[in-house]
Design a protein around this ligand. Structure first.
Ligand SMILES: C[S@@+](CC[C@H](N)C(=O)[O-])C[C@H]1O[C@@H](n2cnc3c(N)ncnc32)[C@H](O)[C@@H]1O
Length: 214
C-alpha cells in the first residue's frame, strides 16, 4: 500500500490524524522516506516516533556499526531472474575492509501465477529467505568470477530473530554457516570485513562450534 497507494494515506491527513506503523525504524526503508517527502510537499505535518531497527540491532554481534559499508538486499533467485547487483557493493565494502549487512528477501502476498491469469485473488504462501539460501546464492554468483571478492571460506555472522528471546547468532565461514539450522524467520547475514581485536573478542562468543549457539 505504501508503495502503490501512498496518496490514500496522505489524503486522509486533510481531515484526520493518520498513523503509519512500520516494522523497525521508519527511516530504515527508502519508501518511508519517500512518504515523508510527499507529505512535506503537501504541507502535512509529520511526527516520527523512532524504534529499534535491524540496522542497529546487528550491533549485538560485536561488529562495530561504524565499520559497515553499504547495506545490500538479496532477492530470491528464480529460473529466469538472477540479479547480482549486490555483488559490486559487497566487493566495494570488502575492498575497504568494511562489513556488509545483507537483508534477505521477504515474499508475502505474492499473487499465484494461476490467479494472475484468471483474475482471481489467490496468494502464494509467505516465504522468508534463510541464511542458508542467501549463502547458496552468494556463492553461486562468484562461481564464474576469476578473482571473487569472497569465497566459501569468508567469515560471516548469521543472525536470526534478533531481539526475541530465542535469537540466534553464529559466526563462521560461509561454508560453516550453510550447515547451521537457524530456525524460524527473520534472518539476516553480515559479511565480515577487517576486524578490530575488540570485535574479535565479541565474535568469539558466537563462533561456530559443534553445538548450536544462542
Ligand atoms: C527490508 S528489511 C526492513 C528493515 C526494517 N525497516 C528495520 O528498520 O528493521 C527486512 C529484512 O531485515 C532483516 N531483519 C529485520 N528484522 C530482523 C530481525 N529481528 N532479525 C533478523 N533479521 C531481521 C531481514 O533480513 C528482513 O528480511
Amino acid at each position: 500500500m505504501v508503495e502503490e497507494k501512498a496518496d490514500e494515506i496522505l489524503s486522509e491527513a486533510d481531515h484526520a490524524h493518520v498513523a503509519f506503523l512500520v516494522v523497525g525504524d521508519p527511516f530504515g526503508a527508502t519508501t518511508h522516506t519517500d512518504l515523508v517527502v510527499r507529505a512535506k510537499k503537501m504541507a502535512i505535518e509529520v511526527k516520527v516516533v523512532h524504534n529499534a531497527s535491524v540496522m542497529n540491532a546487528i550491533g549485538v554481534c560485536g561488529l562495530q556499526l561504524y565499520r559497515y559499508g553499504e547495506t545490500v538486499s538479496i532477492p530470491f533467485f528464480t529460473e529466469t531472474w538472477r540479479p547480482d547487483s549486490f555483488y559490486e557493493k559487497i566487493q566495494r565494502n570488502l575492498s575497504m575492509g568494511l562489513h556488509t549487512l545483507c537483508l534477505l528477501d521477504i515474499r508475502v502476498k505474492e499473487p499465484t501465477l494461476e490467479s494472475l491469469c484468471r483474475g482471481r485473488k489467490a496468494y502464494e504462501p509467505p516465504r522468508y529467505m534463510t541464511i542458508n539460501t542467501a549463502i547458496e546464492q552468494l556463492l553461486e554468483i562468484v562461481q564464474a568470477r576469476e578473482e571473487p571478492a569472497y569465497t566459501e571460506d569468508t567469515e560471516c555472522v548469521g543472525l536470526a530473530r534478533l531481539g526475541s528471546e530465542d535469537q540466534m547468532i553464529v559466526a563462521g565461514t560461509m561454508k560453516q554457516l550453510q550447515m547451521v539450522d537457524f530456525g524460524a524467520p527473520l534472518h539476516c547475514l553480515v559479511i565480515t570485513g577487517q576486524t578490530h581485536p575488540v570485535e574479535e573478542e565479541m565474535l568469539y562468543f558466537y563462533r561456530c562450534r559443534t553445538s548450536i549457539q544462542h
